[in-house]
Design a protein around this ligand. Structure first.
Ligand SMILES: *Cc1c(COP(=O)(O)O)cnc(C)c1O
Length: 475
């Protein structure tokens, strides 16, 4: 039998196994393939029956570290361009380890003044970074999906109140459907949030000028005028296919004119605020009622690092607080209790890696990183335009280049299949990772540059791997 109590002195040694592996692992990310097909078989080593008699701390940790460092998708390295995935800067990684070491619960102030304060400070710094009013309420969430959930739950609370209903106490019964208006850029995550809120994923009305999804403001305005009822507008700051933005300021004007709630999904686009080259894309964001972002993307902190900002902190308290449980702090408590401001109750101290990263690199360090990525995306766009068999499908506006393989003479009706196969070949090759999407009916690659350690050589390798693979594909 292995009782953890008997092994209590091994904690330091066990953590050292991870720490000793960290340096070589992180070094290796610069050159190893994103996906190492040969190591995939090692994943089976995780299986087997639940041990009756445990392996003991050291054996178990060594096994996990050995399988993990070999068989992980090396997505925290510089050549993972799939989805929108950042890595983990050194300060963020160390901050995250401290989260587990201290094992705090910043749900209630009284459970951890330290972690609660770190959360308040980190959220305050993020507001400064993004140019949001200091007075906004804020909370850290497990992800951007949960952050969208938080902002839209506050929107729902506001909307129900306009109909004379306290949705926190009484639910949705008897209310009409909540009108939600957006552009064609609305992300699945906002729709998932609406689905979880009982508002329906498919109720979002999308007003788009064309098949790119760009907003049709005039049509949205006509719909708001016809509705003549409280509504919610979702603006999208950073669309995943091309990195484009909805015109937030103009949508804030509409929200003001028609008394609507404006929610901004800025999962990664919010970071455009840190560079004067792109800050204009977010003009008007400070006027929104709720705004969200995602640290695991462009902040390069580990997963579980979403954040939601809501203009009226008391709205957050009314949407998520008031549990009426005698052992919990009450509404009269002077301190912020984050469990009352968001969907979670007990929660990990996810502020530590964010605090560490912001303290370590400051506004200038994050601006340098974002601007490097803007430059790299421009370089990628240039290389695509220079290649006779690649076709750029949208201007490079931020950190994403959307393009496809289009060899001269191959008819349009063959290109989607050809590009799907290129996408699959790229993932199987594993040297770089980039996924396909469908943009304006065209299957395309849309590498997103988000990792703090990506350099020009990684961008050049992406193009080289594509050029290595395309001759193997018959059109
Ligand atoms: C990534 C992303 C999300 C969802 O992020 P998760 O962390 O996966 O929940 C939401 N909106 C946009 C625009 C995104 O890019």
């Amino acid at each position: 039998m292995t009782d953890p109590l008997e092994e209590r002195r091994l904690a330091g040694e066990a953590v050292r196994v991870v720490a000793d592996a960290a340096g070589p692992y992180l070094e290796s990310l610069a050159t190893r393939p994103v996906n190492d097909a040969e190591a995939a078989g090692l994943i089976d080593g995780l299986g087997g029956p639940l041990p009756e008699k445990g392996d003991g701390t050291m054996e178990s940790v060594r096994r996990l570290v050995s399988i993990g460092t070999a068989a992980a998708t090396h997505s925290s390295g510089p050549r993972f361009f799939h989805f929108v995935v950042g890595g983990t800067t050194p300060a963020a990684l160390a901050g995250d380890w401290l989260t587990s070491l201290l094992d705090q619960n910043p749900g209630n102030w009284i459970a951890s003044p330290l972690a609660t304060t770190a959360e308040t400070v980190a959220l305050g710094w993020l507001k400064e970074l993004f140019g949001l009013p200091e007075s906004h309420g804020a909370v850290l969430t497990p992800s951007a999906t949960f952050a969208n959930f938080t902002g839209l739950a506050c929107a729902r609370h506001w909307w129900a109140e306009r109909h004379g209903v306290d949705v926190t106490a009484d639910g949705l019964a008897g209310l009409p459907p909540m009108p939600v208006l957006s552009s064609g850029y609305v992300h699945v995550s906002s729709r998932k949030a609406l689905q979880m809120l009982g508002l329906g994923r498919d109720t979002v009305r999308r007003f788009a000028r064309d098949d790119s999804g760009r907003v049709d403001l005039a049509a949205m305005e006509r719909a708001l005028a016809e509705l003549d009822a409280p509504a919610v507008i979702i603006a999208n700051a950073g669309e995943v296919n091309t990195g484009d933005f909805d015109p937030i300021d103009a949508m804030a004007d509409l929200a003001e004119r028609y008394g609507a709630w404006l929610h901004v999904d800025g999962a990664f686009g919010l970071f455009a605020a840190v560079s004067p080259r792109t800050a204009h894309l977010l003009r008007g964001v400070a006027r929104a009622d709720s705004v969200i972002g995602d640290g695991h993307k462009w902040l390069n902190v580990p997963y579980e690092s979403g954040f939601a900002f809501v203009r009226d902190v008391t709205r957050m308290g009314r949407a998520f607080g008031a549990w009426d449980a005698p052992y919990l702090p009450g509404a009269g408590d002077d301190h912020l209790n984050y469990a009352f401001l968001g969907p979670e109750s007990s929660r990990r101290a996810r502020a530590f890696p964010i605090w560490a990263a912001l303290r370590a690199y400051g506004r200038e360090g994050h601006r340098a990183m974002v601007e490097r990525h803007l430059d790299l995306a421009q370089r990628l766009g240039r290389l695509v335009e220079e290649a006779p068999d690649l076709e750029l499908l949208a201007p490079v506006r931020l950190n994403i280049a959307c393009f496809r393989y289009h060899p001269p003479g191959v008819p349009e009706d063959r290109l989607n299949d050809l590009n799907s196969r290129l996408g699959a070949a790229l993932l199987a090759d594993g040297r770089v990772y980039a996924g396909t999407t469908v943009y304006r009916g065209k299957t395309a690659l849309r590498p997103a540059i988000v990792n703090w350690s990506t350099t020009e050589a990684d961008i050049d390798l992406l193009i080289k791997v594509i050029q290595d693979l395309t001759p193997t594909l018959t059109p």
